[in-house]
Structures are given as C-alpha cells and as structure tokens.
Ligand binder design. Sequence first.
Ligand SMILES: *[C@@H]1O[C@H](CO)[C@@H](O)[C@H](O)[C@H]1NC(C)=O
Ligand SMILES: *[C@@H]1O[C@H](CO)[C@@H](O)[C@H](O)[C@H]1NC(C)=O
Ligand SMILES: *[C@@H]1O[C@H](CO)[C@@H](O)[C@H](O)[C@H]1NC(C)=O
Length: 210
Amino acid sequence: MLRSFVGAAAAVLVGLAALPLASAGNLTSLEGTWSSGSGSVQTGLNFFNPATNTFTTPKAGGISYSFTGDGHWEQAKYMFNTSSAVNRCVTAYMIWQHGTYTINANGSLSLSPFPADGYMQMIDICGRQTIKMFSYNQFELIPQWYIYLDSAPGFLSAGSTAYALQMFQDGGDGQAGKAMAPLFLTARPANMLPTTQLHEQVINQAFRTT
Ligand SMILES: *[C@@H]1O[C@H](CO)[C@@H](O)[C@H](O)[C@H]1NC(C)=O
Ligand SMILES: *[C@@H]1O[C@H](CO)[C@@H](O)[C@H](O)[C@H]1NC(C)=O
Ligand SMILES: *[C@@H]1O[C@H](CO)[C@@H](O)[C@H](O)[C@H]1NC(C)=O
C-alpha cells in the first residue's frame, strides 16, 4: 500500500522517540476518534453500553482509540483469535476500556485504564456459542507513534486523504515493537462515552455466562 508522508511527518520518523510531542509527528493533535480499516469498530455507545455492560458486535473486526485534549482515552477492540489450533474453532473477543493518558517526556504514551470500568467479552463460535464477560483492565505503553496524512486510506475514494495515527506496540524495555494497524481519524471531537470513572469496584473473574 502506498503511503505518502508529508515532509514534517517523514522528518519526524527519525529519532521520534527522543522528541517531545510538540515536534514529534504532531501533524495534527491526537484529539478525536481513530479507527482501523473501514471504521467498523468505533469507540462510544454503539460499541459498549456501560449502563448494562453489554457489547454490540460490529460488522467486522478492528480497533479504535479515542483521545480528548484533556488527557482522557477510550479503546474498543473486536478481534478474532486465529491461533486456536486445538479445535479450529474461532474465538472472537471484544474489549472496551477507558481512562487517562499522559504523553511522557520521551514522546511515548501511557494509557492508564479505570480498572473498574473495562470489560472483555469472549465468544466461542464452536458447538454451542458461549459468551463470557470478564472485568478487564490493561495498562498500555505506546512507545512510539506518529500522525501522517494518508493518501490512500482504502475506505475513501481515490484522491481522498485522511489523517492516520500509526502506533507501535510495546516491544519491551519501552522500545517500539510491532506496528499496529494504522488508525484513521473518523471523528473530531471524539465519539466517546463519559470520560469519568463509571464504576467503583472491580469485579474479578467471569461474573456472567450466557
Ligand atoms: C500539537 O499537539 C498539541 C497538544 O495536543 C496541540 O495543542 C497542537 O494544536 C498540535 N499541533 C497541531 C499542528 O495541530
Ligand atoms: C488465543 O488462543 C490462544 C491459543 O489457543 C490462547 O492461549 C489465548 O488465550 C487466546 N486469546 C484470546 C484472547 O482468546
Ligand atoms: C519512555 O518513557 C516511559 C514512561 O516514563 C518509559 O516507561 C519507557 O521505558 C521510556 N522508553 C525508553 C525507550 O526508555
């Protein structure tokens, strides 16, 4: 896939980790909702309802992150686990969490969840479909990231451009690991659920099986 980086973003690719945000890949601000692929997975009420703790299954898999300008983030993921070789059954899972983020001095992002609020739902398509809900909270360090203008965003017609956020997984020791799928800016301001903590207690383990 062809991607043309505008000058500022390309220059930033070198030694990004050492630069503060103000000069690091900050082609536009992080603020907004960012979504992979054609945007089937988006943060917000259409993905997760915190009043009933229920997920709405998106049409296709993907990931989405949202950020506010005042340090809040939200995450939505709908993924398929293809590595269950044992019985060749497809396991799908959805994750929702939110919390606060900081941009660290070395340019990395620390995403801290509100532990009481996050959930993961696993769906085992084999035989009879089992659905399990778990309390979920996972701190994420994004060691490296940058924003660029994507000239071939795929889901738009030829000639269109879209802001894209490229984040990297934590490769250990704070170093950038594998590149995540690029996320495209789909809403600004972000489409998010209330950014404050919603629940007071963490309920451990599976509490519901249907
Ligand atoms: C860079 O990020 C800062 C902080 O989010 C923001 O205030 C600023 O507007 C951004 N720069 C551009 C060009 O959008
Ligand atoms: C994915 O499959 C592997 C291997 O069966 C298993 O260890 C892992 O827990 C699964 N992860 C999820 C999120 O289903
Ligand atoms: C960058 O800063 C974060 C937060 O302080 C830290 O966890 C991470 O290890 C640092 N990365 C490197 C490469 O030192």
